[in-house]
Design a protein around this ligand. Sequence first.
Ligand code: FES
Ligand code: FES
Length: 160
Amino acid sequence: MTYSLRVNGEDHIVSDSWIGESLLFVLRGRLGLPGSKNACEQGECGSCSVVVDDKLVCSCLMLAASCIGREIKTVEAIANNGRDGTESLTDIQQAFVQAGAVQCGFCTPGFVVAINHLLNENPRPTELEVREAMSGNLCRCTGYGRILDAVAQVVTERTR
Ligand code: FES
Ligand code: FES
C-alpha cells in the first residue's frame, strides 16, 4: 500500500508498504529518521518514544498505517542536531550532556522525547511527576540519577 504520513510538520509518502509495518520501522527504515531507537520492539523500554497527536507513544507498538492523518513528532523535531552539520541542542539535550546523563546514549532520544513532552504539559513538575513521566523509559547505564539531575536543571533554568 502507499500512503502519506505527516512527520515533524512535513508530509512523507510511504510506498510499497506492508500494512503490518510498525511506525518505528517506517520512521527508521523508510523515512530515514533513525533518531527513534529499536531496543526491545515490545513496548518495554521507551527508546522508540514519539508523540502522536500530542500523546507519548511507543512507536514500535503502533502500526504506521494507523497514523494516517495524524501528527507525528520524533526526536528529530526537537532539535536540529547534526543532520545538516549544524548544532542547535535544546536546553534538555544540553542538560543531559552537562549532567552526565548520556553514557551509551541508546536510551537518550526516548528520554528526550518523554521529558520534552512532560515539560510542554507541565513546566514545573515535582520529582515524583518526573519519575512517573520517565517510568516507561529504561536506561541500563546511568542509574537514572543523572537524568533526574538534568531535568531538575532544565526546570530550574526555565523557571528562574
Ligand atoms: S523499542 Fe519500543 S518500547 Fe522498546
Ligand atoms: S545511557 Fe546507556 S542505556 Fe541509557
